[in-house]
Design a protein around this ligand. Sequence first.
Ligand code: GLC
Length: 722
Amino acid sequence: MKKKLSIILVTLISIVTYAQNTAQYLDNKISLNERVEDALNRMTLEEKVALCHAQSRFSAPGVPRLGISELWMLDGPFGVRQESVWDDWISARQTNDSCIAFPALTCLAATWNPQLASNYGKALGEEFNYRNKNIALGPGINICRTPLNGRNFEYMGEDPYLTSVMCVPYIQGVQKSGVAACVKHYALNNQETNRDFVNVNVSQRALHEIYLPAFKAAVYDGKVWSIMGSYNKYEGQHCCENDYLLNKILKEQWGFDGVVISDWGGTYNTYEAAENGLDLEMGTFANDVKPFTKGIYGKFYLSDPYLKALRDGKVTMEKLNDKVRRLLLLTFRTAMNRNKPFGSFNTPEHLETARQIGEEGIVLLKNENALLPLNLEHLKNIAVIGDNATRTMSDGGGSSGLKVHQEITPLEGLQNKLGGKVNIFYAKGYSEKDDQANKLMIEALEVAKKSDIILFFGGLNKFYHQECEGADRDSYGLPFGQDKLIAELLKVNKNIVFLNISGSAVAMPWANQVPSILQAWYLGSETGNALANILTGDVNPSGKLPISFPYKIEDCGAHSFDKMCYPGDSLNVFYKEDILVGYRWYDTKNIPVQFCFGHGLSYTTFTFGKPIINSNEISSNDTLNISVPIRNNGGREGSEVVQLYIRDLKSTVLRPNKELKSFTKVLLKSGEEKLVSFKIVKEDLQFFDEKSMQFKVEKGAFEASIGSSSIDIRQKIKFNYK
Ligand code: GLC
């Protein structure tokens, strides 16, 4: 009896103290960390372990006894995925979870507009908040090492600086809503082939100069609250249980105070998961056992086996408490954040944001004979050809796929905008079914013959092996006989505008014969409206490529060595191109490309005046200021992305011919001129020294190249670092 009374008394006291602390916290009298310590000290060992692994496909349990909320998370980077069944991938078939699909992240990167990235994150955070999700499983920021990677469309291109600058405002935008962004996949997840187990072999230079910088920016500048480990291995250890990446770099060197979440099924070993920096185990066995298998969550590596290992003293309480502190902090930042706004879903404002990003991300790659913008005074008949003119894409591609409230296809966008002004004739032209090829080609040639211009919507379509999670592309060329169809169309009508709908580069053997080409990405709910506004000239294109378009795949660095360089075998892949990824490779090796990194045209033109610099040498504490007058000397308002690349002219190690170190997007009225300024500091000149394992800069001559793309350099400035 006495024992019972004392338990009741202790519980009563703890509830009263807890209530007092809550009151204090609610009056912001105690800090988040004090609240964390308070909750930690009340938790039992079992409650601590329960916090570290999933309770369902997309949630973690919290601590019900103490009123600590569950954590709910969902994909994805482009919008709030539909509700799944508790313990399965399949749809819960709800009728209130159709969302807005924002453009894929390669499109966002192609805007080169950090403000749009912030708007993107803000809108996304509001949608996740409205759906009561505490963690948005994105952005993906893996570097595009090969155009064949199945998930390139989820990422921000081939350059670490551009990816860094564009992911930070997205993260901050999402987290403004009290929703955690979850930057992924940390790290070196640059292919889908053998993604679950391939061991990535890469130099420390390439790791620190190419593959880690965006994650570092997400932590340092983005203050990201969670990060997702990747499936692959590094140094023989799965990245979700990788001591060097998670403990040494992420938590100790970078001071990351958030939560490391495993990719779904990326956890393999209790000891490694416990001690090497994983905080929350998700999705283990998800693809190995039937859903709703009894007791499955007890079998997770950070569940009962972890409890046993703790009791046997095989793993440390210190690491468990670190996990719990991070998970409690994340919970107080999100689910239990009393200042969190309510959120909003499927709003006109969000749709506007989606369309603006689409419009600014579309890249005008080529525009001869002034085919664009469409001249509606003269055009009477327009042929719209291609399967991608009518295909909705937002629901494909794997875990980033969305059930959308609406998705305006390219054909619908054109019909909405041009219906009644011109005749629009549609022909599918091609399909994934070979047996239809002839019939479809004949129909396409028919509409082409009677039209003034052809708008060809081609590219990829997020089918398996056509840019989809879990598989890389089989080839660099366009699928389903598009090249042949284009060749036949050119014979009957040369006025072709090719719009490539994809997240990656594709081969364009007909590019010299086709007068106008646009890179149209996956644009989400507002696809057709964004495209129609660009094609008619209501919006002046200002996108720039975040990826290179090599003529052929063999020109690409990752494809210039042997199979072990890409895709490797089922054990290893070796990044033999090292630091020369993307334009760094083509530019340094002097390999011509179809369209280069940073390329994008406008319906107006810009001139770059003579640069003004404050000095032609800097030392470690100096800043080199460079200003360049940019003038719009065309007939209409437009935006130019002024890019600054650095080259070390005299170095003891291999350095790329160009590395993007700054850019500014400037809007100019016709005839207007503005001064665009850049600051160069020591950090912009550094490389990662493998001896000292530090970034360092060597004294000597450098060159700053300022241009409209990585190849279209308008001004060069030499200077010294002393
Ligand atoms: C997937 C993906 C990851 C996604 C997760 C949850 O396998 O790799 O990006 O967030 O599972 O769906």
